[in-house]
Design a protein around this ligand. Structure first.
Ligand code: SF4
Length: 321
């Protein structure tokens, strides 16, 4: 089929201590979604909503085991052993927010890329240098970066190296975790445009995690909104930004700085702060902050359901049940 990733009821729970009591914190709390081949699914939400944990869980990068089903290209991969998973890992790569922290400061760019190529046996050793020059060229860096160290680069250049490293192993999916949020705005658009070009050139599929809604709108075909470990709304990008349904999505949209005519300019302010993970509200977990809260929201938990028959726009809110 055209699905590359299919995720069902994903759950990542950490145990935590508060006042001497042990408690379980569900950073990701029963999340289901699909990512189609060649598309970009944006994943947005405030920090602490679980989006980064979700991205890491797909690659088994969380310190705790993950519950739920993960299908990759038609194959259930949540059940396979670590060894088989490792061989799959070259097809699923990740780009991180801070490229510097993920680059070894003591290795030149050439050494680092060479290591990636040899660990994954991408090309015969004699062809490695040529391949590295190719990779540098693909991400818009000249050959003389080969012998330089990460600290000699700007943030944008480091992110280009991060992208080159991810691309080195010919991945099919790239999980982009806040890849531009540490960069200046002008550099952000260069990196986003680079990611878009690479997607077209190599047929890549992206899961694009970010808190900046304008960036996500620009790059995503579809967008999922997360709140306290759950997806509360998902739709095609145009539809979600033009016609948000969930009160939380509406509030997020109303806070986007440059309102277009089609968008409501009035800013919806949410009451209170994001509840701590140990104080998970009953019923709809958004109810303490929801401007449209109803009595039953305090006790009934809404489910993510399609708004109309084609199922492309889904929302988890009792207003639509
Ligand atoms: Fe608001 Fe109720 Fe909908 Fe939750 S279910 S988002 S509290 S209206």
């Amino acid at each position: 089929g055209d699905l590359l990733l299919k995720v069902r009821d994903l759950e990542v729970a950490f145990s935590s201590r508060k006042g001497g009591k042990k408690a379980v914190v569900k950073a990701v709390n029963g999340v289901s979604f699909d990512v189609r081949k060649g598309e970009t699914l944006g994943l947005v939400g405030e920090s602490g909503c679980g989006k980064t944990t979700l991205g890491r869980a797909l690659l088994r990068l969380t310190p705790v085991p993950v519950k739920g089903e993960i299908w990759y290209d038609g194959e259930a991969i949540d059940t396979i052993g670590n060894r088989d998973f490792r061989s799959l890992r070259s097809q699923m790569q990740m780009i991180f927010q801070d490229p510097f922290s993920s680059l070894n400061p003591r290795m030149t760019i050439g050494q680092m890329l060479n290591e990636v190529l040899s660990v994954h046996k991408v090309v015969p050793r004699k062809d490695a240098k040529k391949k590295i020059y190719e990779l540098l060229d693909i991400v818009g860096l000249s050959n003389d970066y080969f012998n330089r160290y990460p600290h000699e680069f700007s943030g944008g250049q480091r992110q280009r190296i991060g992208i080159a490293r991810a691309l080195a192993v010919n991945p099919k999916v790239i999980i982009c975790d806040e890849p531009v949020s540490a960069l200046d705005v002008s550099i952000q658009s260069q990196i986003i445009n680079l990611l878009k070009d690479l997607q077209t050139e190599f047929g890549l599929t992206y899961l694009f995690i970010a808190h900046d809604l304008s960036v996500v709108e620009y790059i995503s075909d579809r967008v999922a909104v997360m709140y306290l470990g759950k997806i509360v709304e998902v739709a095609d990008s145009d539809e979600l930004y033009r016609n948000p349904k969930h009160p939380y999505t509406k509030a997020l949209m109303s806070a986007i700085p440059l309102p277009e005519l089609s968008r409501k300019k009035e800013r919806i302010l949410l009451k209170g702060d994001l509840p701590g993970p140990l104080d998970m509200p009953s019923g709809c977990s958004f109810h303490p902050r929801c401007p449209e809260v109803m009595e039953r929201c305090r006790s009934v938990e809404p489910m993510l359901k399609p708004l109309c028959d084609d199922g492309r726009h889904q929302v988890s809110c009792l207003l639509y049940e």
